[in-house]
Design a protein around this ligand. Sequence first.
Ligand code: PMP
Length: 354
Amino acid sequence: MKHLIREVFQEEGYVFATGAADIAREAGHTRPARLASNENPFPPSPKAIRAATDALQNANRYPDETNGEFIAALKKRHGDYRFVASVGMDGIIDTVIRTLISDGDRVAVATPTYSYYGLAVRAQGGVTVSVPRKEDFSVDPDVFCRDAKGTKLAFLCTPNNPTGTTETIETIAHICENYEGILFLDCAYIEFDGTDYRPLMKRFDNLIIGRTMSKAYSLAGLRVGYAFVPEWYELFYHRAATPFTLNMVSQAAAAAALRDTVHVKTIVSVVQEWRKRFIDECPYPVVPSGANFVMVDVTPRTAGDVVTELAQKGVIVRSCASFPGLPNHYIRVSIGEPWENEAFIAAISEIYRI
Ligand code: PMP
């Protein structure tokens, strides 16, 4: 019966990196440093945990389909913008693509970057057009607009996964002004950087800013993403979305986490301190990063070799070799718990000296 499946799904889907974890386990590390997934190593706000526990009492009912409590918390946190929410930012990405892309439609992607955009576009019958970033991994807005011409939708990630590169507000404004499609600005990691693109929502009606509760807010396991959308677009988004996307436990936790501004501020400043230490103490060059991870250039070694050697020393990081458009000598290292970060610095220093 497999022949009945659409051709696009005959190929491989999203690839979860597991190889390094297996190597660490085989080398006898029962508790390796897990620095491969850009997770937040700190637990969620206790207020979020309490709200989620309370919400469970009502799980016999469907959740509020307007995501009322969460949207109200977003407005309190960010101001009077239009918001939509979904199952992670991945859920938002899927729904946005559904509203715009039919068979054969073209979608621009600033590359190298997060792989899910391409998978989601192809699943909807669309075709991706790669717009290469500059040598320093930033985006040239003129090149972007030229290469993205004729596409309906474009994805630009800032700070970018896996490079950590943050775009200036001017770059984004220039693209919004000159690009005829809709720009999806993926800001999954923006809390760790602080660049404020939000006011651009008031100037442009072709901008969507995607955000997530998975990173700075420590709620990856509850799958909550949201986006700032133009007023005209909100109605169409809801037409394309699945009903009751966000469950009531996630909604309650996300609203409480947003209200606990002290918790997130503390986490962000710890991550920023470690990011600086990674840059100062890693013997290999580190690409400037606005995220909770850094990309390290391990030349003259290959990413695969260094990932294996680190795993043997009990430190799991991600090879960037699978990101189209990146040469095979970059690794991505998430900022983890202090002991994990110390383990990375010690292990990479040993590898460098050999
Ligand atoms: N965008 C980027 C750049 C990401 O790295 C990720 C998570 N890996 C996502 C979106 C998806 O995040 P979420 O957990 O909200 O689905």
